[in-house]
Structures are given as structure tokens and as C-alpha cells.
Design a protein around this ligand. Structure first.
Ligand SMILES: [Fe+2]
Length: 427
């Protein structure tokens, strides 16, 4: 066994081991194969082994792999951006994080949809208050987050699926809500629960309120920004902090910090202050990853959307440099290889939408088949790859490739509006 220390600091150490594939265990993070990733079916360059089935897939393709193990799961933040040096310790005990889904997607989706619609309206209302120079009702915001948290805790895939219902014209409100949902999902995986998890969701929901003070023509400018315009954009965390501090009711320090620090990066180089690892709060680190992922995968007025694969590649490449390494690993593991809402082409040419990932066999999600092999719409049918189905020719029915979102003109929103997601238990 070869041990290679890849990073260390006062907080934790990540070690990289070379293992034969018959030595693999569930829970290990595979960071490198003995062959190019491009030659395999794995969509992400790095993932956590969730089941014996994952191990079998690796054994079929590789003789050995490299795994990374975080041996000290303690992040120590020695001072806060506000100046006074305090020590915050967050113990992350993955053993204690119960990620078992409490409810099947079929039962959760309807309630999740209700919470999602309510939360979206609430975010738009908070934005309206900020625009009118009124303060945000923090108690109401917390209640909205609490509602979303309930759903994410029961089965995160329902909210992850709804987060894919994107509308370019509603980017800011949708982004705020999605960052809230992703922060809840990651917060849960980092061992947070109850009030603390709710706070991290609130951090996500309110992180970008400062953008409402940025001139809209600068915010939505399609071309390259001038230096002056970029300076204007870089002021939004400062505006965000001011907005939250001017609230009638006291806002949690974590929420203010996340609004102020979410564009800071671990090794400096972020804005508004260029803070480094020791100063960036735990909650902010979660929100930053959620923010970057949603921004990359969403179409904005000035930029098209990029794929899940591209977003996870950017996060993975910059983990430990810009983004918290352990959090990136857990975030990607939480979304899975094929996040809910992904479009897939199957081995027989059919097109399907991912509904849900199984925590025990992440490479075999539950799908909604929407198109036949001839790429025409067909009667929708739920197919669970964990059941190892066969196609009409008797061949194994599996994922052939990931398609761009809404490939072949298939609209996720149309299925949602038809109530199909709410009624998937009847399919
Ligand atoms: Fe921002």
C-alpha cells in the first residue's frame, strides 16, 4: 500500500492510498483509476463508493485505484471576518450522519413541490422588500427554510429534482432558493441538524440579497464587464451584509457572514476582502459550493448553462484551493453521478429523466422514460435500473450517455406542469 500525503494543515489531513480493487470498501472516495476516466462509464473524476455494486463495477474495469481518506475531520476556524479572534470547531462525524431516506420519492414529491412553490414565492417577496428598502422578515424566512429542510431531510432527491425547473428570467429568486436547497443537502451531509441546519439553509437563501442593490444593467450585461462594472459587482457582498444588519430583528451572525464572504476563496483571491482559509466561516464554505454549482449549471442572461459534469469538474479541480475539500467530496456524493432531473440516453436509444438515486447503488438510478428509441415522445414509464431490467431485445438496459438538459426539446417543466412528478406513484 502506498501512502501519499496530499495536503495537510492544522485542521486535517487527506491521505491518498493505492488499493487493489479487491481491497475496496463502501464509503471510500475513489479519486483516481488505473486507466483514463474517459475510457470508463464513470461520469465524475472522483466519487464515493456507496454499495457492493459500485465495487463490482470498479473490479470489472480496474485492477487498482487510488482512494482518499480524510483522517482528521475537524475544521478549525481561528477568527471571523468581523475581526475578533475566536475559535470555532465543527466536528464532522460522518458515522453519525443518518442519510437513509425516510420516505420514497413517490410520497415526498408532492409535499416537496408544495414547499418549493411556497418558498419561491417567499423569496420573491423578500426580494421585493429589499428593493423597497424594507427589511426581510427573518422569522418568516426561517419558517420557509424549515419547511424545505423537512423535505430535504426526508428525501433530498425530491427537492433536487425540483431545483432543475429553471427559468432564465427568474434567475435571482431561483438561484437563492436552489442555493438554500443545496446548502441544506450539503449541511446534512456535514453532520448538521435541527436549528443549525436551518441556519445554513437561511445562509443560502439570503446570501445574494446584496445583488438587488447592483444596477440591473450591470448585473445582466451580456458582454465583458468594464473594470468599473466589475468593481460594482464586487460590492454586492458588502450590500448584502448591510441589508441583513439593518433588519428589524437580529439576524444570525452566520447568515451575515455568508452574505459577506461567499465570494472569498480558501487561498485568497476572492472578494470583497481577499480573506483566506482561517477567516472563512463553516457556513460560508457550504454556501460557496452550493452557489458555484448552481451558477455554473444555470443559464443566465449573460452565460449559458454548463453540465453537472463540468460543474463537478470545476469544484473537484479547485477543492482545497478555492473550496473546502471535504465539503466538495460530500457535495458531489450527495448529488450522485446522475443528479435528479438529468437527461440520459439509454443503451437501446430511449431517453429518460433521472428521478432518484439509490443510496446503496448510485450508478443505477430510478428513471422516467419519456422517449422511445426513435426519439419521439412515448408513454411515460418508471424504470428502476437497480432492478437490472432488460430491453426488448433481451439486452441489459443501462445508461449509454448523459444528454444535455432538455435534449430533443423535452421540457422538464412541461412534465412538472402536467403534474407528472406529483403523480409518479401511479405510473
Ligand atoms: Fe454572490
Amino acid at each position: 500500500m502506498i501512502e501519499k500525503k496530499i495536503s495537510s494543515g492544522s485542521a486535517r489531513t487527506v491521505k491518498k492510498f493505492k488499493l487493489n480493487t479487491d481491497q475496496l470498501e463502501i464509503g471510500m472516495f475513489v479519486c483516481e483509476l488505473d486507466c483514463p476516466w474517459e475510457d470508463t462509464d464513470f461520469l465524475m473524476q472522483g466519487f464515493t463508493i456507496d454499495s457492493q455494486r459500485d465495487i463490482k463495477v470498479l473490479q470489472a474495469r480496474c485492477r487498482f485505484v487510488y482512494v482518499e481518506i480524510v483522517d482528521e475531520k475537524c475544521i478549525e476556524i481561528e477568527k471571523r471576518a468581523t475581526g475578533s479572534p475566536v475559535t470555532i470547531k465543527k466536528r464532522i462525524s460522518s458515522e453519525k450522519v443518518n442519510l437513509k431516506k425516510q420516505r420514497p420519492l413517490e410520497s415526498e414529491i408532492q409535499q416537496a413541490s408544495h414547499s418549493y412553490v411556497g418558498a419561491k414565492k417567499a423569496v420573491q417577496s423578500f426580494m421585493g422588500e429589499v428593493i423597497r428598502n424594507k427589511s426581510i422578515d427573518i422569522q418568516e424566512a426561517r419558517a420557509v427554510v424549515s419547511d424545505c429542510m423537512g423535505s430535504v431531510s426526508r428525501n433530498p432527491d425530491a427537492m433536487m429534482l425540483l431545483s432543475q425547473l429553471k427559468n432564465k428570467d427568474e434567475y435571482t429568486s431561483q438561484h437563492s432558493l436552489n442555493v438554500c436547497l443545496y446548502s441544506l443537502m450539503l449541511g446534512q451531509r456535514m453532520g448538521l441538524a435541527g436549528h443549525e441546519l436551518e441556519t445554513v439553509g437561511l445562509c443560502g437563501m439570503l446570501h445574494d440579497m446584496g445583488k438587488l442593490r447592483t444596477p440591473i444593467e450591470v448585473l445582466n450585461k451580456p458582454g465583458k464587464l468594464t473594470d468599473e462594472e466589475f468593481q460594482e459587482i464586487k460590492r454586492h457582498p458588502v450590500h448584502g451584509r448591510e441589508i441583513l444588519l439593518s433588519s428589524e430583528k437580529t439576524v444570525d451572525q452566520e447568515v451575515v457572514d455568508a452574505a459577506y464572504m461567499h465570494h472569498e476563496r480558501l487561498r485568497g483571491g476572492g472578494y470583497p476582502e481577499g480573506l483566506t482559509e482561517v477567516s472563512i466561516s463553516f457556513h460560508t464554505r457550504i454556501v460557496t459550493i452550493a452557489d458555484v454549482y448552481d451558477a455554473i449549471t444555470s443559464a443566465r442572461v449573460y452565460d449559458g448553462s454548463r453540465s453537472h459534469l463540468e460543474a463537478t469538474r470545476i469544484l473537484t479541480e479547485n477543492r482545497g484551493k478555492e473550496f473546502d475539500e471535504d465539503m466538495v467530496i460530500r457535495f458531489i456524493a450527495g448529488l450522485g453521478l446522475y443528479p435528479p432531473g438529468s437527461f440520459l440516453e439509454m443503451t437501446n436509444g430511449e431517453v429518460a429523466i433521472v428521478l432518484e438515486n439509490h443510496s446503496t447503488s448510485r450508478l443505477m438510478p430510478k428513471l422516467l422514460r419519456v422517449m422511445g428509441a426513435d426519439k419521439t415522445l412515448t408513454e411515460e414509464r418508471i424504470i428502476d435500473l437497480a432492478d437490472e431490467p432488460r430491453d426488448e431485445a433481451g439486452q441489459r438496459y443501462a445508461v449509454a450517455s448523459v444528454l444535455p438538459q432538455e435534449a430533443y426539446g423535452v421540457s422538464l417543466k412541461a412534465y412538472y406542469q402536467r403534474g407528472l412528478f406529483a403523480n409518479i406513484s401511479h405510473l
